[in-house]
Design a protein. Structure first.
Length: 290
């Protein structure tokens, strides 16, 4: 699919699935803004991929610590400035891919659990800050990368950040459940805006280094073994790209997808009341309008 004059933002785009998504978009001559945590790593990747999309597409890499809400707000302004420099007045798709799984609970400087901050709140806040640019696109898409790990998870409203009983995998599953509920509520709130659509992608088990970044050497060793059974990031990227680009699904009622096909999420992910409650709480935590 030719993507000249199309614009995409991809978070977590310096390695793994996010990098594979960015590279694929550039090969189709889209303009891509990748997001990474450190400026040095962003510049390294930008130099590596900048020639892929030539002559049609453009590429920029912006650094931001997505665990910090002030950084997310700054990032949204930097994205708008970059698009303006390129002469683009809209954003065709935002792909919220960034995630983290610390083995030992870590709190951000803002006092928020790291998983909750990066895996859910960052996607929520960045999406709302970029909403005017998505609305300006003919068919604006928001894709959030969820996981099959959401099955069996429940939102513990008394302890959403797992402060009392932190378990890294349970906390991860809860954030991935939140991703699906967020996408569902996004569609409900903007149902009258036919140009907007949100999807949650399940990439399956993927051979990435996410588990190697854990703050536990044992957890890193286990992931190093387990990830060998996963698909390559380029394979997982296909389903995400499908959700970000394919015109045939613009009016689809399905929110959760895997390998370019709709898939039934867990019962908890279908709870409309929980989706509304999560949105309200997330808006409060991010100090944004509801």
């Amino acid at each position: 699919m030719p993507l000249e004059n199309k614009t995409f933002v991809v978070t977590g785009a310096t390695s793994g699935i996010g990098l594979a998504v960015a590279e694929s978009l550039l090969r189709q001559h889209a303009s891509v803004i990748g997001v990474g945590r450190t400026a040095d790593r962003c510049e390294q990747v930008r130099q590596r991929v900048q020639a892929i999309g030539e002559p049609g597409g453009r590429v920029a890499y912006l650094s931001a610590d997505l665990a910090l809400q002030d950084e997310v707000r700054r990032l949204s302004a930097d994205i708008a400035d970059t698009l303006g420099t390129w002469g683009h007045r809209h954003l065709d798709a935002l792909i919220n891919n960034a995630a983290t799984v610390p083995y030992w609970q870590t709190l951000t400087p803002e006092g928020i659990d790291m998983q909750w901050a990066v895996n859910h709140l960052a996607a929520f806040l960045l999406t709302l800050k970029l909403l005017p640019l998505l609305r300006a696109a003919p068919t604006g898409r928001m894709v959030v990368v969820s996981s099959g790990s959401h099955h069996g998870a429940r939102l513990n409203w008394e302890d959403l950040q797992s402060r009392r009983h932190y378990n890294p995998l349970k906390s991860y599953g809860q954030t991935k459940l939140a991703n699906i509920l967020f996408a569902s509520e996004f569609n409900r709130r903007f149902a009258t805006d036919s140009g907007l659509r949100a999807f949650a992608a399940d990439p399956g088990l993927v051979n990435t280094d996410i588990g190697l970044k854990s703050n536990s050497s044992l957890a890193g060793a286990i992931w190093s073994w387990r990830r060998r059974a996963g698909v390559r990031p380029e394979e997982a990227a296909k389903g995400i790209l499908f959700l970000a680009m394919d015109p045939s699904i613009q009016s689809s009622p399905d929110v959760y997808w895997k390998s370019c096909k709709p898939k039934a999420p867990s019962t908890a992910a279908l709870n409309a009341q929980a989706a509304r409650q999560l949105w309200e709480l997330s808006a409060q935590m991010c100090s944004v309008g509801r």
